[in-house]
Design a protein around this ligand. Structure first.
Ligand SMILES: Cc1cc2nc3c(=O)[nH]c(=O)nc-3n(C[C@H](O)[C@H](O)[C@H](O)COP(=O)(O)OP(=O)(O)OC[C@H]3O[C@@H](n4cnc5c(N)ncnc54)[C@H](O)[C@@H]3O)c2cc1C
Ligand code: FES
Length: 275
């Protein structure tokens, strides 16, 4: 199949999330849905508007459906967020590297997400939950700017009730009525990992670059080396197949070598604007 040719997908469910953000379930109309690995992304084409990279946010074990959560920041993402049940969208993919959770059996899986960064991590969390007996532990730490910006809040609350995982949620700025934690995600990490052997932790981190940088710093302070920290990078894209150079990130292309990178391999480049 030509990786440059979008396939037609129909929206079979559209759900409003936090403000300006929506999740769509997509089903192909011309054949089976492609398999994907947690962390990979698709190029979504809003007909007549444009094409953008969006991470897959659904369960890789649920065949036939591809789920995306998108925030409206410009014309194309706004068109994706506005999609309704029955609408059509073009899709190419999946592309890129993935969270290496399947290779981390026997380890403690730590997920640290900021803002919309929970969306690209969610398929990896589903993978660990589906295969929970294979992992020593599972911790999810999530930070949002404000209580009304907590993504997938119902699901986070459901996860919190499970005895086989630990979930911590914090907001940068509380509002009246918020009874949860306040402060940046890094403040929660030491407490959330109390009693966990740091040598067994494998960390998957997604959010703004500054949040990922400080998270890795905190983890390193706890003895979790950056060679055991995985992050997902965002750069603007055009081809998504390592052709056009739009997503160049030092010696790597984010579309093909990423978006998931081992932190120590890209640490020097994070936060450097021209890269
Ligand atoms: C691998 C990958 C995975 C992604 N996954 C998701 C996802 O799951 N959900 C989601 O909502 N978005 C995701 N994005 C970001 C998404 O691709 C951009 O928001 C989108 O390209 C913006 O296009 P636009 O035409 O709507 O806005 P534009 O007109 O291109 O941009 C509008 C504004 O948003 C800023 N902007 C553009 N791209 C980005 C970006 N990548 N990060 C931050 N700011 C940006 C621009 O600087 C500008 O200020 C991902 C990006 C990459 C590279
Ligand atoms: S988007 Fe063209 S090389 Fe990555």
């Amino acid at each position: 199949m030509d990786p440059m040719l979008p396939r037609p997908f129909r929206v079979i469910r559209a759900k409003a999330e936090i403000a300006g953000t929506a999740t769509v379930d997509l089903a192909p109309v011309d054949g089976p849905a492609p398999a994907f690995a947690p962390g990979q992304f698709n190029m979504l084409y809003a007909f007549g508007v444009g094409e953008i990279p969006v991470s897959i946010s659904g369960d890789a074990g649920r065949t036939g459906i591809i789920t995306h959560t998108t925030r409206s920041v410009g014309l194309t993402s706004a068109a994706i967020v506005a999609l309704k049940e029955g609408d059509m969208v073009g899709l190419r993919g999946p592309f890129g590297s993935s969270w290496p959770v399947a290779a981390a059996k026997g380890r403690h899986a730590l997920f640290v997400a900021g803002g919309l960064g929970l969306a690209p991590l969610r398929p990896a969390i589903y993978h660990v939950l589906t295969n929970r007996a294979d992992y020593a532990g599972l911790t999810v730490i999530y930070g949002a700017r404000a209580p009304d910006e907590v993504l997938y809040e119902t699901e986070l609350n459901d996860w919190r009730k499970r005895p086989d995982m630990r979930v911590e949620v914090t907001v940068d700025h509380a509002r009246p009525g918020w009874t949860g934690r306040v402060g940046v995600v890094t403040t929660l990490i030491p407490r959330a990992l109390a009693g966990v052997d740091p040598s067994r932790v494998e960390a998957y981190i997604c959010g703004p670059e500054i949040m990922m940088r400080f998270t890795v710093q905190t983890l390193e302070g706890l003895g979790i080396g950056s060679d055991r920290c995985w992050i997902s990078m965002e750069r603007s894209m055009k081809c998504a197949v390592g052709f056009c150079g739009h997503c160049q990130f030092g010696g790597d292309f984010v579309c093909k070598d990423g978006p998931v990178f081992r932190h120590d391999r890209v640490a020097a480049r994070i936060g450097v604007k021209e890269l």
